[in-house]
Design a protein. Structure first.
Length: 131
């Protein structure tokens, strides 16, 4: 069961476009038979009829307007003498660097004494509890 009185009244209204065209639709606007007169509609709005050129306001178009006349001549580029191609020299070998200095405090890994494992006094504890 739907709750009563919580939904708006859905009824027929009249729409009048900017050119005078009329049609009916259903809406929750106003009361039954009310009329909405549109100021802007798809027949007159520049976005729908092509009055606004969105692309002419972008960054690419601004760039093309500023630098569009700087075209290179293809014929002049073909006739121009080509510069000789320089070969890259092989990279010079670096002399071997001195070995890295070791830390003063750190002993070599092989010289570090290993920590002795301490046997847990578990066996002694068990014997003490048993007595």
């Amino acid at each position: 069961m739907a709750k009563q009185g919580i939904h708006p009244d859905y009824h027929t209204i009249n729409i009048v476009m900017t050119d005078g065209t009329k049609y009916q639709t259903r809406s929750t606007y106003g009361k039954e038979g009310d009329t909405i007169t549109l100021d802007v509609d798809p027949k007159t709005h520049p976005a729908w009829v092509g009055g606004v050129h969105m692309r002419k306001t972008g960054r690419l178009e601004s760039f093309n307007q500023r630098f569009g006349g700087m075209a290179f001549k293809a014929d002049a580029a073909k006739d121009a003498p080509k510069a000789p191609v320089k070969k890259a020299k092989p990279a010079a070998k670096k002399p071997d660097a001195a070995p890295k200095a070791e830390k003063k405090d750190a002993a070599p890994k092989a010289d570090k004494p290993k920590a002795e494992k301490k046997e847990a006094p578990k066996a002694e504890a068990k014997e003490a509890k048993a007595e």
